[in-house]
Ligand binder design. Structure first.
Ligand code: NAP
Length: 332
């Protein structure tokens, strides 16, 4: 498949939903959904058959050919994420692609060379520019917001993707984990790497009583589940009752800010807003490296345009960085 036939639709679901914009889905596209966006990767043939309402690109961005490939490179490298350079998105894209290959083998066959190239080139960009960025992941920022190495008991709510990301960074002596589905907690712990196994870890019973008891005892609480209008008032009451006095913090990563929620006015609460604020404060030196990573994505997309035929690369050693000057002067 020619690169010219690659099409990517990018919808920022959070802002579109707030603006009341519906997000049409193309049949047979490979869809990558994150908490911020929905990206559909497809071919021109599928797109042309699709029932995309006129003007729907107003609900997002439409990329074609080399621009589509460049966008996917930035996305997979974490350069389009709220925390630029974060790694979770790469795993999400790989998983979505695996699912798509199983569900739509015929369309996947068309896209495969470009997706394989994408995964390979993302690894190259990550290892060259992003591994050296230093830590600005949800986990590392969480640890910093909790004041380094948390003392006493830390309660972690959730066992989904975000909780799994944060878990290795919670190097507190006594960790308690509460999740609605204990099976998922067991899976998260089984997959956990990087957390010192000598720390005490307790999985709580999935009852409201067990959760609230932990709220009263914990020094710090890290929330990796969405806001819940039903349960949150009881959580807030338990925190106010005793835990707040211990001087720890609540870090709620399921909400952008507390305004209008049960968490409004809760002492020692931080949300994604504070976490992103901390990220911004340390952003300057990262910016230079990220700019280089973005230029690398652009360069690789330009090379892809030259290698066009089917997505296979002309050879990784053929194109050095010095070649980019040539593309720029060619106006490619
Ligand atoms: N993933 C990210 O990169 C990211 C970044 C920023 C913010 N967030 C936010 O963090 C939260 C979790 O995201 P995630 O990516 O970890 O999602 P996920 O993988 O789907 O996991 C969702 C987690 O939330 C729990 N949960 C969902 N609804 C619940 C409810 N009504 N009551 C109690 N528990 C509930 C789930 O419990 P079960 O296992 O029992 O279903 C699971 O532990 C979301 O609010 C998301 O918007 C995620």
């Amino acid at each position: 498949m020619s690169l010219l036939d690659l099409i990517v639709l990018n919808r920022r679901t959070a802002t579109d939903a707030r603006a009341g914009v519906s997000v049409p889905e193309l049949a047979d596209a490979c869809v990558v959904k994150t908490c911020l966006r929905e990206v559909q990767v497809t071919t021109r043939a599928v797109f042309d058959q699709g029932d995309v309402p006129a003007g729907s690109s107003g609900a997002g961005d439409l990329y074609l050919g080399a621009d589509a490939y460049g966008f996917l490179l930035r996305l997979a490298s974490g350069l389009e994420s709220e925390i630029a350079g974060e790694t979770e998105i790469f795993g999400q894209i790989k998983q979505c692609w695996r699912d798509y290959e199983l569900a739509s083998p015929e369309n996947a066959r068309q896209l495969r060379p470009w997706m394989q190239r994408l995964l390979q080139e993302t690894k190259e960009i990550r290892s060259e520019y992003i591994v050296g960025l230093g830590s600005a992941t949800y986990g590392s920022l969480t640890r910093r917001l909790l004041g380094g190495r948390p003392e006493g008991t830390t309660l972690l709510l959730g066992a989904g993707q975000l909780a799994a990301t944060v878990l290795p960074y919670l190097d507190c002596a006594d960790l308690r984990i509460y999740n609605r589905s204990p099976v998922r907690t067991a899976e998260m712990l089984a997959a956990a790497r990087g957390r010192d196994s000598s720390y005490k870890t307790t999985v709580l019973e999935p009852t409201l009583e067990a959760e609230l008891a932990a709220w009263r005892e914990a020094r710090d609480v890290v929330i990796c589940i969405p806001a819940d209008a039903e349960r949150d008032p009881a959580r807030v009451a338990a925190w106010r009752e005793s835990a707040a006095a211990r001087g720890g913090r609540i870090l709620h990563l399921g909400i952008m800010g507390a305004s209008g929620t049960a968490w409004e006015g809760v002492p020692r609460l931080a949300t994604l807003e504070e976490l992103f604020g901390m990220r911004d404060a340390q952003a300057e030196q990262r910016d230079a490296l990220l700019a280089r990573a973005r230029r690398a994505c652009l360069g690789k997309a330009q090379l892809a345009k030259l290698d066009d035929a089917d997505g296979s690369r002309a050879g990784t050693s053929n194109h050095g960085w010095e070649d980019l000057a040539v593309f720029q002067s060619l106006g490619a």
